[in-house]
Design a protein around this ligand. Structure first.
Ligand SMILES: [Mg+2]
Length: 192
């Protein structure tokens, strides 16, 4: 399984969650699979997707927030794990797609290809719910089983990027429609 396959399964598991996606190829792949107004595609700030998702989760406690992060990105911002785990919003799922590489810059290896285990770091940071998924067929059920809570999910994949187009939305449009989706309180609350 590659990242694209994992994102496809993640999308299948979604209802109307707000999704904050790591910058670069992951966001382009998500856009290619299923563009929706509840998706926030990061176009900058590498490493900060989990922090943005955490801020969103604590400011919008009535909404479920799904963060799609990557190993290279999370390694840049490990402190975010402690912040999330200690505040533990019960509406946040942090998914890390670990392909042991910096996919968007040419598949250079990250340290998860060596000794570093992000799930162990997450546990040490204080996450109580940790799920590891290795098989594509286990992703949908694995995510649906989580329910409310503050979850850390590691999905292990092979390196490699899908050949997808750029995101054909102006950055302001991404922000504006995402904010609109966030404010659509009645609609979202009803479906939670
Ligand atoms: Mg990676």
């Amino acid at each position: 399984m590659k990242r694209y396959d994992a994102i496809k399964q993640i999308v299948e598991s979604l209802n109307n969650e707000l999704v904050v996606c790591n910058l670069g190829t992951p966001s382009r792949e998500l856009y290619d699979i299923d563009d929706r107004e509840e998706n926030f595609y990061m176009l900058g700030s590498m490493g900060l997707v989990s922090s943005i998702a955490f801020g969103l989760a604590i400011s919008k406690p009535n909404k479920r927030v799904v963060c799609i992060d990557g190993d290279g990105s999370l390694l840049m911002n490990l402190g975010s794990l402690s912040t999330i785990a200690n505040n533990s919003p019960n509406n946040l799922t942090l998914i890390v797609i670990d392909n042991s590489s910096y996919g968007s810059t040419g598949d250079q290896k990250t340290y998860t290809s060596g000794k570093t285990k992000l799930e162990v770091i997450a546990k040490g940071a204080g996450f109580e719910s940790i799920t590891i998924i290795d098989k594509e067929k286990d992703i949908i059920q694995g995510l649906k089983n989580l329910g409310t809570g503050c979850h850390f999910v590691l999905i292990r994949t092979q390196p490699g990027n899908a050949h997808v187009s750029n995101i054909l939305l102006h950055p302001e449009e991404i922000k504006t429609r995402f904010c609109k989706a966030m404010l659509n309180f009645r609609h979202m609350k009803k479906k939670i």
